[in-house]
Write a protein that binds this ligand. Structure first.
Ligand code: NAD
Length: 492
């Protein structure tokens, strides 16, 4: 996809040391709605990443390195205010890159970006610190307290599914803790990050504290960041296999990593449930953002007495979804991010059929007319008839698809849900209070919902077990990752 172009055609540039900088190469960003050109994007080379690292180090060694928590909290609030002021620009940027419905980006992505900065401003301003009065057996006494210091230069690498939300989820606590960042958004979603760079300058973020580089992973900006000798830590959201590559890059330097990776999330639907509520929740959890949320459900286990009814109701709600242009208020579902990603999703649908699935709705490319034929559209798809250990029931597809499987007992359902190498999220649907707590607590995942999905409190831990990640972010967990404590021990 990389193309050579004249500099005048470049519309999205890298932001280094407080200014937008030119590049020798650029790549195309195309709309997943209809294939139209969205922007030419300047691709950061090794020198640009070097220069971003130097700017970040200079910022850390300058006044930014001496700011207090209150000052930084105030800065985060100014950024949030500028996000509100530039809401429409961010919305347009996000929607043109992803093709997601306007109302989804408005209510979720852009609103959460401002909320991320405000939440971490509040947390930083009120965060306490460990302190202990130490009494030794021989009668000596000391005061121990910890100082929270920034990690230094943090590389922030994020995916395309919730571009601004996930980027700000990491940048906000990193800046709250006094770090400098070198950020790389996905090559599929460069636009909202570029508007955010403008916002950083408008809000008065000092030069070099926020650097943005565009590009790909291997042999491009992603690799140049993660292998850079001057980097101090890496926070990454994306595929588990990419996490593994980045971990290898971090190993020689023993760098801290925080990983939010893939999932193969289960929903457990018990026969005591309010079926309307469960079907409504499952429809959102399978199809929101065209199934491209790491927390989306791809495995639904339904207790046998209500299996046929829930399947029929889910088919109805999948068929009621409206695929269409993002600006059309009736649209519920956008395209996948790219035709390349659609090829991957289609190959899983083919695999499902080969493995013996009965596709009960969807299964292919919809005909939405010639206007949209260049887009990455796919039908919302459900299947039954596959055993739990079929490959398509074990690997992450990352599309609007789910396999539906019956179960008999609670114990069996827990066993099936936990029988995965991933461990990101689960949802439990039941009207039995005790069962809800019991089953949700038995899930080997980072986040387990009862009778809801995707309800988040930014103070709570977020992350995954197994192939789904390393560490937790959110609230004090973020402050822990983005700081290095120094314990001071003073004899009294
Ligand atoms: P991806 O791993 O392909 O890419 C993510 C980012 O990493 C991109 O910016 C990409 O350019 C960069 N990258 C790729 N290879 C790299 C390398 N070798 N070195 C450095 N950087 C590299 O993921 P994606 O396709 O963009 O996103 C989808 C995946 O993200 C899914 O697996 C999804 O589950 C996961 N995800 C997880 C969470 C979570 O919170 N756990 C949230 C959203 C998405």
């Amino acid at each position: 996809m990389t193309a050579t172009t004249t500099l005048s055609a470049i519309t999205l540039r890298n932001f280094v040391g407080g200014r937008f900088v030119e590049a020798d190469r650029a790549f195309e960003k195309r709309s997943p709605v209809d294939g139209a050109l969205v922007a030419m994007v300047a691709e950061a080379d090794r020198n640009t990443v070097d220069s971003a690292m130097r700017s970040a180090r200079t910022a850390l060694e300058g006044p930014w390195g001496r700011t207090g928590a209150g000052e930084r909290a105030a800065l985060l609030r100014r950024i949030a205010d500028r996000i509100d002021a530039r809401f429409d620009d961010l919305l347009a940027a996000e929607v043109s890159d992803t093709g997601k419905p306007l109302h989804l980006a408005r209510g979720l992505d852009i609103a959460r970006a401002a909320a991320n900065f405000r939440a971490f401003a509040d947390m930083m301003a009120s965060a306490g610190i460990d302190s202990y009065l130490t009494e030794m057996p021989d009668g000596r006494r000391a005061l121990n307290y910890a100082l929270r210091k920034p990690v230094g230069i943090v590389g922030v690498i994020v995916p395309w599914n919730l571009p601004l939300l996930l980027l700000t989820w990491k940048v906000a606590p990193a800046l709250a803790c006094g770090n400098a960042v070198v950020v790389k958004p996905s090559e599929e979603t460069p636009s909202s990050a570029t508007v955010l760079a403008e916002i950083m300058a408008e809000a008065g973020v000092p030069e070099g504290v926020f650097n943005l580089v565009h590009g790909f992973g291997p042999d491009s900006a992603g690799e140049f960041i993660t292998t850079h000798p001057d980097l101090d830590g890496i926070t990454f959201t994306g595929e588990s296999s990419t996490g593994s590559t980045i971990m290898r890059a971090a190993a020689p330097y023993v760098r801290p990593v925080s990983f939010e990776l893939g999932g193969k999330n289960a929903a457990l639907v018990f026969d005591d449930v309010d079926i309307d509520r469960a079907v409504d929740g499952l429809t959102r959890s399978i199809f929101t953002n065209t199934g491209q949320v790491c927390l989306c459900t791809e495995r639904v286990y339904i207790q046998r007495p209500i299996f046929d009814e829930v399947v029929a109701r889910l088919v109805d709600s999948a068929e009621a979804l409206r695929l269409g242009r993002p600006e059309d208020e009736a649209t519920t579902t956008g395209p996948l991010i790219s035709t390349a990603h659609r090829q991957k999703v289609l190959s899983y649908l083919e695999l499902a059929r080969d493995e013996g699935a009965r596709v009960v709705t969807g299964g292919g490319i919809p005909d939405l007319g010639s206007d949209l034929s260049g887009g990455a559209w796919i039908e919302p798809t459900l299947w039954t008839g596959l055993a739990h250990n079929a490959r398509v029931m074990r690997e992450e597809v990352f599309g609007p698809v789910a396999g539906l499987i019956p179960f008999d007992t609670e114990e069996e359902a827990i066993g099936l849900a936990n029988d995965t190498k991933y461990g990101l999220a689960a949802s439990v649907w039941t009207n039995d209070l005790e069962r809800g707590h019991r089953v949700a607590g038995s899930m080997r995942v980072g986040i387990s919902w009862v009778n809801n999905w995707f309800m988040r409190d930014l103070r709570s831990p977020f992350g995954g077990a197994g192939l789904s990640g390393i560490g937790r972010e959110g609230g004090m967990h973020s402050l822990a990752f983005y700081t290095e404590p120094t314990n001071v021990c003073v004899t009294l």
